[in-house]
Design a protein around this ligand. Sequence first.
Ligand SMILES: [Ca+2]
Ligand SMILES: [Ca+2]
Ligand SMILES: [Ca+2]
Length: 271
Amino acid sequence: MNVALKNTPCLIVMLLVASGLCASPTVGQTLFDDFNDNICNTAMWEYGTDEDGDLAEIHEHLEYTSPGELEPDEENAAYYKLKTPAPYGTGWTVTLDVHVGDYGGGPESDHDYGMEVVVLNTADYRDGLWFGLDRGWWEDEYYLGWWIEKTTDEGEEMEEHYAPATASDGALKLVWDGTSFHSYYNEGAGFQALGSSISVGDWDMDGSSTFTLRIGGWDWGCDFALDDGSKLYCDNFELVIPEPATLSLLGLGALAFGLRSRRAALIRRRN
Ligand SMILES: [Ca+2]
Ligand SMILES: [Ca+2]
Ligand SMILES: [Ca+2]
C-alpha cells in the first residue's frame, strides 16, 4: 500500500472532524446540521419511527409527514436520533428551529401534532424529556404552545411547563448543566425561559451515563394526513458541548434551573 492510500482513512477522519460531520459528540465539539443537502447524514443520525410517521430532508429542512389516523388514540412519530449519545457529565446545549403550521380541522376530531427535541436516558427509555412546539384541537379548544414534559419510570412524578405560542415559527433551546435541564423558546425577540429548571435526579444516572437525543415530528389522533408539505418541519440543529470553563463563562452554571402521555398532561393542564 502506498503512503497516500495508507493515510487516507486518517485524512478522512480529520476532514470529518473539521467539517463538524463526525458523529461522536465530545467536549469542545459542535455538531450542526442545516439539512440543506436533502440527504440524511448517516454518520451523524439514525432514522426511527413510531407507528407510521415519516421524516425526510426536503426543501432544505427536515419535514414530518403523517399518513393520517387509522386507529383511535394512535400516535405517529418519526425522528432522527444521534448515533452517539451525549455524555451526562459535561454540560451541553441543543438548539433547533421549528415550524408547526396550521392544519385547521374541527374540534369534533381531537388531534394534536408538533415538532420536538426528545432526550432519553440511554439506560432506561422510560426516563424522557419531550420539548417542542405543539398545535391542535383538544376538547373544543384550539391551542399552539411550547411544551416541555418529563417522564420517569415512576410515572407519577411527571413535571411539565407550557407557554402559549404566537406564531408557527420559532426556535427552542435546551441546556443541560450537568445537574438539570433549562428550556428556552424564541419567537423572534430572543430566548426566554420556559418555566423553571427540571431535575433528572430520579433517573438513576451517574457520571458515566449518557443521553440519547432525538429530533423530529409527531401527531396524535389525527383523522387527516399531515401531508401538505412544508407545514411541519425543523431546521438548523446544533449541539454544542463546551469545555467546562466555557460553560461557566456562559453563566449556565449559575442559572437555577419513554413513555409519552400527552393526553394525561393536557387534561392536567386544562384542569
Ligand atoms: Ca436548512
Ligand atoms: Ca443532510
Ligand atoms: Ca429510570
